[in-house]
Design a protein around this ligand. Structure first.
Ligand SMILES: *Cc1c(COP(=O)(O)O)cnc(C)c1O
Length: 378
């Protein structure tokens, strides 16, 4: 069986975890959390980065920091993971879903402006598959309408848009280090704060409403409860696992890109014959090979395709059920405009196995299976 995903493991994780144990500091914000924050800040040229317990909690923090009032609206795509929407709900927002572009599965930047009302406060973008949304256009809209932009860059760690790291372009960026993501700590994430005015509020929110971070820096002589807060610090044990991978980030990235490029070039003839569609990466975007997907004719063909691969021991999966048609989406959101592509494209998409260390023999086997599925089909 070729698994759909295997969590990344680079080899030094245990060594770093052992160091954490020996340091007698396994709770949050110790040496390894700080090393991870700093690595990400330096590598991505980010103003401030804080590790969190998940990508979802990074989104929660971002949306709470946006300071929504009751009835304020958040614009987001419907084709995304539930976390994007639940964080907007936690922040007090009403959800307004906008259609996606079929070529990248990202929010259609040309449909955002018409969805804006006097209540709109935030645009949430999701960089699907680690391929950037059209950020120049989106930032321009946000500026003209005085809106905040939150980047759900859960899948976009190490990707860029016009040479800027995803997550560093909007007001806040959110990364995930879940085991299904390119770099992992089991469960974990990070928030990127691009406006330094939010640094202190973010630290307080993350540390149970206290000014403990300030205290540890020696800026106040005691720490106390100062504001609303929650608990978003990951354990040092998790941070140590992640740090081992960040130090090898290029190696992991190159390995994933190699697999992605192999899929792409080997399946390109099938696209030329119009049997399937491959992902599109717009100019100015460099991507991290977070996922490799293909699009088939329709839902029925996709169902057969997944079954066909499964019979050959290959784990291929689809996602997402568009949020606006999910039970919670019906309750909490509305779709602005026409659902031209969200549902249709979501039903055609299927992801092939892609993870760090996927064997080239396995990739070749998967490619042959995909080709044989289409053999003789018109
Ligand atoms: C993975 C993911 C999340 C959530 O990240 P967790 O670390 O699992 O909480 C949010 N948004 C998108 C688009 C994701 O892919």
């Amino acid at each position: 069986m070729i698994a759909f995903n295997v969590p990344p493991f680079i080899g030094n994780e245990l060594e770093y975890i052992k160091q954490v144990i020996n340091l007698h500091k396994i709770s949050g914000d110790g040496t390894f959390t700080k090393k991870c924050n700093k690595w990400i800040e330096e590598r991505f040229n980010a103003q401030k980065v804080l590790l969190t317990t998940s990508g979802t909690s990074a989104l929660d923090m971002a949306m709470l920091l946006c300071g929504l009032q009751n009835g304020d609206e958040v614009i987001l795509p419907s084709y995304t993971f539930s976390s994007t929407a639940t964080s907007a709900l936690l922040g007090g927002g009403n959800l307004v879903f906008v259609d996606i572009r079929p070529d990248t599965m990202n929010i259609d930047e040309n449909l955002i402006e018409e969805a804006i009302t006097p209540k709109t406060k935030v645009i949430m973008v999701v960089h699907y598959a680690g391929v950037a949304c059209e950020m120049d256009k989106i930032m321009d809209i946000a500026k003209r309408h005085n809106l905040k932009v939150v980047e759900d860059a859960a899948q976009g760690v190490m990707s860029t848009y016009k040479d800027k790291a995803l997550g560093t372009i909007g007001d806040f960026g959110c990364y995930s280090f879940h085991e299904t993501k390119n770099y992992s700590m089991g469960e974990g994430g990070a928030i990127v704060i691009n406006d330094s005015n939010y640094n202190e509020q973010a630290e307080i929110l993350r540390e149970k409403g206290t000014n403990r971070s300030k205290f540890f820096r020696g800026e106040v002589d005691k720490y106390t409860w100062v504001d609303f807060g929650d608990s978003y610090l990951p354990s040092e044990l998790n941070a140590a696992y992640l740090y081992a991978q960040l130090l090898q980030a290029d190696k992991i990235n190159e390995n994933r890109r190699f697999t992605w490029n192999t899929y792409y070039s080997e399946l390109k003839p099938l696209e030329n014959e119009e049997k399937l569609q491959l992902p599109n990466v717009p100019e100015n975007c460099s991507h991290n090979a977070h996922m490799f997907y293909v699009k088939l004719k329709d839902l029925e063909e996709r169902t057969n395709f997944i079954k066909y691969l499964k019979e050959r021991g290959i784990g291929a999966v689809f996602h997402y059920i568009p949020l606006h048609s999910a039970p919670a989406g019906l309750k909490f959101g509305r779709f602005h405009g026409k659902d031209k592509y969200t549902t249709k494209e979501s039903e055609r998409l299927v992801r092939l196995p892609l993870y760090y260390g996927l064997k080239t023999d396995d990739v070749a086997f998967i490619i042959e299976a995909v080709k044989s599925f289409f053999k003789g089909k018109v």
